[in-house]
Ligand binder design. Structure first.
Ligand SMILES: Nc1ncnc2c1ncn2[C@@H]1O[C@H](COP(=O)(O)OP(=O)(O)O)[C@@H](O)[C@H]1O
Ligand SMILES: [Mg+2]
Length: 677
């Protein structure tokens, strides 16, 4: 019979209904106990058939929900209506084994003669939820792929980066995004791209982010994926948090752009609403940040390489010219000295000759500086004890710098000796101090600090691993604008008026340091000051006390000198000088001739040879061969290039070297020294 169900049979009807619905169904009485459960419910919650009967509904709810549920349930039975639960919070069920899962619950009241009942239809939505999450995930993955392609395919990576903020905003439906990065030469964050945020606001944020220590924070704690608003509060970045709140942002996610050794920038994502950055959003931001970081890294490496290559190319060009120039100067100055000897009685000739010689000296000084920059100067590296050197230097600088500059020299105790040419090292430090002085026309502070520094295998910058002593010269002067800073190592770049600056100071220091196996870094902030650091390798053998020079016995001895030189004019000068010093001269034009003469001539006391010879062996090889033929033969090398140019420093270090252009007195002294050894 079809009709209104018999009230007494309400459970029969419910049971029939429960059996045919695919959802899990429960009927709960006023006391919150389960009056009826279908098989789907038992299965869903993991109970044996019949086991749910008379159980409190609470048993199916996770603990935190039980209390809330009790209140809801009472309220519901007082004013029953059909509705879905869990609008404002996520509903969860608990299985018999304790496992929690997301549920959707529909509730419907039924009045029976046994009192009100609540009928609940329960659906497991955990799989649907995962489905939604993975749909969002693949949408975000698509954005990552797009951004990756953008960065790869765009010829100008900054232009590509400029388009990323909008993509990120669209992907996460958030309100603002900015990308900040440091320059390769300093640690200040600059805004590289932004969207959704007023320009002046983001410009204001950059220095706050730079100084707040966010980057350092990430550096220390590399596992931290991002800083959100909550994390900012916890990590005591109160100023940043306040600033963002004032701009109307309820949540943020700051993700580092990791460089090779430390963060090179930050990706900043902002939302007006609170709690906008969940796990999925943060890992999306991380992916984007990694893409941007690797693009920046690649670009930075390209810039550094281009810079190094440019300096190298200029160095080679400069070195080549300077070398040829030196040969010309040798000829000029030699001839001038010969003229001087011949015109002893003419005052006017003497004046002209002196003026010409002065010009030659200036030319020689210029080529010496250029060769220094080109890493081709003649260096005599030895172990240098740092503290005594700095003491001497301190006295000199105090007198030179003037009273308005406060000089402070710091040298840690037990500093190892450095391996460097002592004179050139001193010149380099004086150069840096004079630059600092020039940058502080109204006075200021100049600090020179020497300290040890070990570069680990995976060290910063491009400094090879090893033990160094660093010399850091810091001033509180004008600092340099980026355009100057990026070019100061090139010769003739100067901002000083003509006559005051040559633009050769820093290039010389750079060449000297590089040639000595060290490195140089410059940090400068316009308006704040400059800091130049020299890394020089630690000496492996300790310094011997100065003053142990070989004595110059038999200075006036008349010796037989074999002169080897391929340039005829330089050769003429050499012959004239050696003769004028009272020695007998033998001449060879190349190494082959020279070895023949050594084999034939019984009497040769000294071999005086140019390092660069036209054909056959070079001068160093010749010197070695000659020593083999005649052990103990005195040898003097001469070159417009330094030691080490053709075959490595250690190859030629056992021979004295006379730098071109040389004066007659220089040659006299060098011959005496070589003969005396
Ligand atoms: N400590 C410094 N502070 C500010 N600017 C500097 C400093 N050192 C060097 N510079 C800048 O670099 C330029 C090149 O320096 P340098 O090679 O020593 O040549 P010069 O001193 O002859 O100009 C200087 O003209 C100056 O503009
Ligand atoms: Mg200078």
């Amino acid at each position: 019979m079809v009709g209104a169900p018999d009230q007494r049979d309400v459970f029969g009807v419910l049971r029939a209904l429960f059996d045919i619905t695919p959802d899990a169904m429960l009927a709960v009485d006023e006391d919150g106990r389960i009056a009826l459960a279908n098989a789907q419910a038992e299965q869903l919650f993991g109970y044996a058939p019949g086991a749910l009967h008379r159980q409190p509904l609470d048993a199916l709810l996770p603990l935190p929900l039980r209390y809330m549920h009790a209140a809801h349930f009472r309220e519901y039975l007082r004013r029953p209506r059909v509705r879905r639960m869990g609008i404002n919070y996520e509903l969860q069920g608990v299985r018999a084994n304790g496992e929690k899962f997301a549920v959707d619950v529909g509730l419907s009241p039924v009045a029976t003669e046994h009192g009100p009942l609540a009928i609940a239809a329960i659906r497991d939505i955990s799989t649907t939820q995962r489905g939604q999450q993975s749909a969002r995930g693949s949408r975000l993955d698509n954005f990552v792929v797009q951004i990756g392609r953008l960065l790869l395919e765009s010829p100008d990576h900054w232009e590509a980066i400029a388009r990323i903020p909008e993509q990120v905003m669209a992907a996460l439906s958030i309100d603002a995004v900015a990308i900040l990065a440091t320059d390769w030469h300093d640690k200040l964050l600059r805004v590289r791209a932004d969207a959704g945020i007023p320009a002046e606001a983001v410009v204001r944020l950059a220095p706050i982010l730079s100084t707040a220590g966010c980057m350092h924070h990430f550096f220390v704690d590399r596992d931290l994926p991002a800083m959100t608003m909550d994390a900012l509060a916890r990590a005591e970045f109160a100023q940043l948090q306040a600033e963002l709140a004032q701009m109307g942002f309820g949540d943020c996610a700051i993700v580092p752009l990791f460089g090779l050794y430390e963060p090179s920038g930050l990706l900043l994502a902002l939302a007006h609403a609170p709690r906008r950055f969940d796990h999925g959003a943060v890992s999306f931001l991380q992916s984007v940040a990694n893409l941007v970081a690797s693009a920046v890294q690649r670009r930075r490496a390209e810039v550094q390489l281009a810079h190094a290559q440019r300096l190298d190319a200029i160095g080679q060009l400069t070195g080549g010219i300077a070398h040829d120039f030196n040969n010309l100067l040798t000829v000029i100055s030699g001839n001038l000295q010969l003229l001087e000897m011949e015109s002893e009685n003419s005052d006017s000739a003497a004046t002209s000759i002196a003026s010409a010689r002065h010009a030659v000296e200036r030319g020689a000084d210029l080529t010496r500086k250029l060769l220094a920059f080109a890493r081709r100067q003649s260096l005599r590296p030895t172990a240098v004890a740092v503290r005594p050197m700095l003491d001497t230097l301190g006295n000199l600088l105090t007198r030179t710098l003037g009273e308005t500059i406060e000089l402070k020299i710091t040298c840690v105790d037990a500093l190892p000796d450095v391996q460097a040419d002592p004179t050139e090292l001193e010149t380099a430090l004086i150069n840096l101090a004079l630059n600092a002085r020039d940058a502080m026309p109204r006075g200021g502070r100049l600090a020179l600090v020497a300290e040890p520094c070990t570069i680990p295998v995976a060290g910063p910058e491009d400094i090879p691993p090893g033990c160094y002593v660093t010399f850091t010269v810091t001033d509180t002067g004008t600092g340099m604008p980026a355009e100057i800073l990026s070019r100061v190592l090139e010769p003739f770049v100067t901002t000083k008026e003509s006559g005051k600056g040559s633009g050769l100071g820093l290039p010389m220091v750079y060449g000297f340091v590089e040639q000595s196996g060290g490195r140089m870094t410059i940090d400068s902030r316009l308006g704040y000051g400059t800091s130049v650091r020299l890394y020089l390798p630690v000496a492996t053998n300790p310094a011997i006390a100065a003053g142990a020079r070989p004595d110059t016995r038999d200075a006036e001895r008349h010796a037989t000198v074999l002169v080897v030189e391929d340039d005829p004019e330089v050769l003429n000068i050499a012959i004239a000088f050696v003769r004028s010093l009272g020695h007998r001269v033998l001449v060879a034009r190349d190494a082959g001739q020279a070895l023949d003469m050594l084999a034939e001539e019984a009497q040769v006391d000294l071999l005086f040879t140019d390092v660069v010879l036209g054909i056959g062996m070079d001068g160093i090889a010749l010197a070695h061969a000659a020593r083999l033929a005649r052990p103990g033969l005195a040898v003097l090398l001469t070159s417009g290039y330094p030691r080490g140019e053709t075959g490595g420093v250690e190859d030629a270090s056992e021979f004295d070297l006379l730098r071109k252009p040389y004066r007659r007195e220089d040659l006299a002294a060098a011959l005496t020294r070589a003969l005396g050894d």
